[in-house]
Design a protein around this ligand. Structure first.
Ligand code: SF4
Length: 194
């Protein structure tokens, strides 16, 4: 088993066909050089259409937190993106997108991560990624998990989802912009330094 063969299988996966309102389109972007892995929730509609992870306003905010531009985000071989589900789960009529189908992580995540031995830091973007990676180590809420960010280093850094839906959260929790974002920028700069 190699990274390329796992990626080929993921790209061909249609396990959720019939449960989604659209044809599955797995979006994952990692390579043998991945050292900084970004683990979000699942692609949104825009990413489903473009096939490029975080190709939306959430991605713009995440890049700002990381201190990287689009060219670096998509072009630097050390940066990889593998969400908790690789396909757009659809829009919930009550608002927001449906959660990532659990099946995806169960089917693919252990196999994919096993082929990424160079990962030094994983950004856990949102509660789903935090629950999966931290298990019992996750605190009672996303806020508490992110507030305890220092305790998960150097392997993980938990972040809120950068969606506009969390703009009010960011206003209520100014410590995130004041403490976590500068740390993240310095960490990313150090990791990506030649
Ligand atoms: S979400 Fe994951 S398990 Fe479901 S079809 Fe897409 S790649 Fe397969």
């Amino acid at each position: 088993m190699s990274l390329e063969s796992v990626l080929e299988e993921i790209r061909a996966c249609r396990a959720c066909a019939g449960e989604l309102a659209h044809e599955p389109r797995p979006v994952v972007r990692v390579g043998p050089a991945t050292r900084l892995l970004i683990c979000g929730q699942a692609p949104g509609r825009r990413v489903h259409e473009s096939g490029l992870p975080f190709d939306d306003p959430s991605g713009d905010r995440l890049r700002d937190w990381m201190g990287v531009d689009r060219a670096t985000f998509y072009g630097h071989p050390d940066i990889g993106v593998a969400a908790m589900a690789f396909c757009f789960p659809g829009t919930n009529p009550k608002g927001g997108d449906y959660p990532p189908p659990k099946r995806c992580a169960e089917l693919w995540r252990p196999r994919l991560l096993a082929e990424l031995p160079g990962v030094e830091l994983t950004l856990l973007v949102g509660a789903h990624a935090q629950a999966w990676a931290l298990g019992q180590g996750a605190r009672g809420s996303m806020t508490e998990t992110v507030r305890g960010w220092r305790g998960f280093l150097p392997t993980y850094l938990p972040l809120p989802h950068p969606s506009w839906r969390n703009t009010a959260w960011l206003r209520r929790n100014p410590w995130f912009d004041q403490e976590v974002v500068p740390y993240l920028r310095a960490l990313v700069a150090r990791l990506l330094a030649p």
